[in-house]
Design a protein around this ligand. Sequence first.
Ligand SMILES: [Zn+2]
Length: 334
Amino acid sequence: MQKMKLIVAVLWSVFAASGAFDLFGESEKFSDLPSLIPVNFGPNYNHDAVSRSIASWKPGSGRNIWELSGLREGDIMDSADKGRNVIIDPKNNWPNNTMVYRLMSGMTSKEKMVVKEAMELIMQGSCMKFRPYRHGDRDYVYIQYNDTGCWSLVGRQGGAQPVNLQRDACFIPGPVAHELLHAAGFEHQHSAPDRDDYVYINYTNIEEADYDQFEKLSANEYSEMGVGYDYDSLMHYSRSAFSKNGEDTIIPYEDVEIGQQEYVSDKDYRKLNVKYNCFYDADDDSGAHHSEWHHEGTGGSSPHNSEHGNTGHNNGNNHAGGNANGGILTNMFG
Ligand SMILES: [Zn+2]
């Protein structure tokens, strides 16, 4: 994995140095500022306190950085118009399983590299694709760094929806992938309707004011996509999430780790592929090199988005379980 990262980094620096390769495509060519959909931090949000808490987060602290963002379940931003945005309806999927993104100008190349790595993490085992904003796109994720916290709205909202990555804190591939998975339409694993079968929530270690961070969602609001509960999910909270005393708040009934923020789990990939109607065709007549992702074109439609014409067939450079041939670059920018 380190070697792979090195290769990608070297390739990137060669391309960047040559000027022949624009890392984020057209995203930054547009000087017009996006009109972002209004978001709601809530009445008691303390930007200074959250900003400090996020900035002082350390790996190995036993908490995930996004849990500190001060919003509903830590990092779920609600829309000021629509309120709570818990979305499982396919109409809020990204059309053609392609999330359109736009980067706030002024992002450093290091920050861009992290965003790219996060997208790569998601693409490695799924059919999800990302493409830079083009003039005329109406629905897209606007990746900004100028606000407090690491947060996202859930699912495609319609319009320009912000994903915030607090500078000098949230630019870590796993946490960025976590936020992008929210934008793809995923909620936190611990809010699954059936979570009490898998974890014990120890309220004695939670401030009463934070009880609502552990609310379960209904079956109308949450789907396991037929894949089931996943302790290993990138969307699972840590053991001491919202602890008032450092003691465990979420205790798995099995002897497992929870709260990893390094990678997208196997079940995360499967859920993503179910949600976006994708299947991996490894059984190819002419050999494994032609295996590819297929997409059955029911994964959402948009009255806004300029990209239509789903052929039901994605140009599958994504190979499950890793991409050893530099196809990442093709996927990202092709
Ligand atoms: Zn989250």
